[in-house]
Ligand binder design. Structure first.
Ligand code: ZN
Length: 286
């Protein structure tokens, strides 16, 4: 199996833990492998709210799952990104942070404090200030405040950790997701088109609930807004090539635009992303 297709199956994927060192780490202040990290140093950096990343070195692939479950993947659902993330860009990492944040009306209220893999021996030291929900860490006070605010809007008392994903009086209230909702991304990053890894295919996705697609499809995000611009030709070709690789591993897989799934009222992956042409190019020999 092609190695990057493989990577989509890794445990608790998300570019924060096991997917290798993502590009933007170059700008992080502290980059350590778990072996190198000194506990005191990491705790200090968290308290000072510096960007800290501790990356596990090995990439874990659940090969048994691959054998038994890859047959369940019937579709690849293609998306584009129009997510408002409150930062300057709508890049893959920003979408990852957005999905793992607490949101009200699409605005981030509480974002994860760090992408750190918290080591057991520092857990006790930081437990008073930080709280782990799903796979991410948050400032405890801010999370409690969020639940109070959300509870007031809903008219109920909420407990921290309770899942909320609801509309109340035109207000959209969402608690953090366990990981970015997509399994796979393609993005032009620093001029180079790159594959990005998201939620493991071992888990249920969070990108298309219609027709139960989250349970039997690959969620593929192409970063960019194709409602307002055509995809660049090199990006298009890259995606065709990537789709061919996916097809090699999942021969019966069907590529659908999000909008083509019954019940979806979006233009996703954008009005200017031609799905018919995509499938045509995918079939072509060259
Ligand atoms: Zn979509």
């Amino acid at each position: 199996m092609n190695s990057w297709v493989h990577k989509m199956f890794q445990y608790f994927c998300g570019n924060r833990n096991l997917a290798g060192i993502p590009k933007r780490l170059e700008s992080a202040e502290v980059v350590k492998t778990i072996k190198e990290a000194k506990v005191a140093e990491v705790v200090k950096a968290i308290k000072e709210a510096k960007v800290v990343k501790v990356i596990k070195e090995e990439i874990m692939i659940n090969k048994d799952f691959l054998k038994t479950n890859s047959g369940k993947i019937t579709h690849c659902i293609m998306h584009h990104s129009t997510t408002k993330d409150g930062l300057l860009t709508n890049d893959w990492e920003a979408i990852d942070v957005y999905h793992r944040s607490f949101r009200i009306n699409w605005n981030i209220i509480v974002r994860p404090v760090t992408d750190l893999v918290i080591l057991d021996d520092i857990k006790n030291k930081i437990n008073n200030e930080y709280i782990k929900i799903n796979e991410s860490w948050y400032n405890k006070d801010k999370v409690e405040k969020f639940y109070k605010q959300a509870g007031a809007l809903i008219g109920e008392e909420l407990y921290v950790g309770q899942y909320v994903g609801t509309y109340v009086k035109n207000t959209k209230i969402e608690t953090s997701w366990r990981a970015i909702g997509y399994n796979l991304g393609v993005e032009r990053d620093c001029g180079r088109i790159q594959i990005k890894y998201g939620r493991s295919l071992i888990e249920k996705g969070a990108h298309c609930y219609q027709e139960d697609m989250n349970n039997h499809s690959i969620g593929w995000l192409i970063v960019g807004n194709y409602d307002i611009g055509y995809p660049d030709i090199d990006l298009w070709e890259f995606c065709i090539k990537a789709a061919k690789e996916i097809k090699k591993e999942f021969p019966k897989i069907k590529f659908l635009g999000h909008r083509e799934v019954e019940g979806v009222k979006k233009s996703c992956p954008g009005e200017l992303w031609d799905m018919k042409q995509f499938r045509k190019d995918l079939k072509a020999k060259r």
